[in-house]
Design a protein around this ligand. Sequence first.
Ligand SMILES: Cc1cc2nc3c(=O)[nH]c(=O)nc-3n(C[C@H](O)[C@H](O)[C@H](O)COP(=O)(O)OP(=O)(O)OC[C@H]3O[C@@H](n4cnc5c(N)ncnc54)[C@H](O)[C@@H]3O)c2cc1C
Length: 525
Amino acid sequence: MFDYIIVGAGSAGCVMANRLSEDPAKRVCLVEAGPPDKNPLIHIPLGLALLARTRGINWGYVTAPEPQLNNRRLYWPRGKTLGGSSSVNAMIYMRGHPADYENWAKAAGPAWAWDRVCELFIAMEGNAAIVGAHHGTKGPLSVANLVHPNPLSRAFVQAGVECQLPENADFNGERQDGVGLYQVTQKEGRRFSSARAFLDPARERKNLTIETGALVERLCIEDRRAAGLHLRGRDILLRPGGELIVCGGAINSPQLLMLSGIGPGAELSRLGIDVVHDAPEVGTNLADHLDIGVLASTRGRDALGVAPSFLPRAIRSAWTYMRHQRGELTSNVAEAGGFAKSDPSRGRPNLQFHFIPALLRDHGRKTSFGYGVTLHVCDLLPKSRGRISLVGNDPLVPPRIEANYLSHPDDIGVLLDGLKLARKIFDAPSMKRHIKAELLPGAHVQSDDALIEDIRARAETIYHPVGTCRMGKDEASVVDPEARVRGVEGLRVVDASIMPSIIAGNTNAPIMMMAENVSRMMRGR
Ligand SMILES: Cc1cc2nc3c(=O)[nH]c(=O)nc-3n(C[C@H](O)[C@H](O)[C@H](O)COP(=O)(O)OP(=O)(O)OC[C@H]3O[C@@H](n4cnc5c(N)ncnc54)[C@H](O)[C@@H]3O)c2cc1C
């Protein structure tokens, strides 16, 4: 029996496990559906390029047909191993915009305001490259500059500057807008996932039990109080007064709540699930960053290519990495990027770029031969909302994901402006001299109508689904401002699903920060 049971060892779950097991008097159990994070592709940063093809450590979700995207079903990778999605992500370290957290404070109270969360970001950060008022250097989460940025990533930054975007060497500093190389959650050329940052230092604690390969099928709730959880063939129980903390991510957390009877009552009854608490918002409010890429072939051989001529370089790179943990294998793939406004009248950036010195198709699941570059652009503040729902009461059947991308009429215009800006950057002198030909959308695709058609045919997720167990002060929200599930005692949800609104940036560090914040609330700090 445990004082705390945590479901899911992802970005949030590892932070919770570390913080709650700091008190030796509390027995903590962390339960993870996936295997330990032993696969070397997790730890070698460029291994990311092959992770989407790797079985066993990825939930590999697909959405329902998306009506505004030609009824395409989109691929949604999610990490299923220690570290969760922080073990398969692109390692970009980003906090978001202060205004995001001012919105959170309005929705969920002062504990989520920028001045408060900024202190937490700084306390958690172990930045090896940037010091100053905005950064921490002693925290457990290692953040570093890229060890070996590709020359084309630098060319992209220069091209952005030629398009009047300011150069920004610190997206988590004074201001967000501009272009630059990203900082990454790496240490000495290796990925620094949530598991490395928060689980490794806690693994040896006698009061922490880590169970891997253990899919939680249902939460056990008695008299509207969390009592434990059901795995296939066995239960894990809470001590009286203990707490269950669900950290399964934006898809699995609402799924697990609904399988356990917490969700839209009528719908659950229809599926034969006993309703514990009628919570209509569980699974709703799903927001994500939709993204479109410009792909171009390049003249030289600077890019990370797939070609016989690349082989000697690949062998050299592997050798350099094995000996010194340096060289091209330290690339996080999405090396550079930045933030811009789709139109100047906007108060803050609503577009984010991810530049890749390689041709990337279908999340890396398709091989693209030759040398080339990809520039992704996404809508950071989408108005469209989707939902996660159950298709039955079997925990092994994936939930239905309706992202409802572009269902709000304002969203398509933002992405169209973003696509035009991405093309403009590739057309600026510093990139143009490297580019042989635009492959996608293709030079013949010019009119707004044709570009919109292209977006509908090709747009994909940039992997930031959030909001499906919304946190708020209002009674309709799924969790309260301390992440406690309304209507059930002893149960919290802490992960991407509780974001009150989507943030303007990558989501890993903000989710770790949320877990840190909630763990401090739980310990009365
Ligand atoms: C390919 C990709 C690239 C990305 N790139 C970046 C990036 O560069 N920078 C960035 O900031 N963000 C990035 N993100 C997003 C970021 O990594 C995620 O938003 C974040 O890791 C999600 O954290 P979480 O704690 O909500 O869930 P997760 O980290 O996904 O953790 C959930 C965990 O719970 C486990 N689990 C779920 N259900 C159960 C169950 N029933 N029983 C037991 N265990 C369960 C899962 O296996 C998983 O380990 C990326 C994401 C992906 C997928």
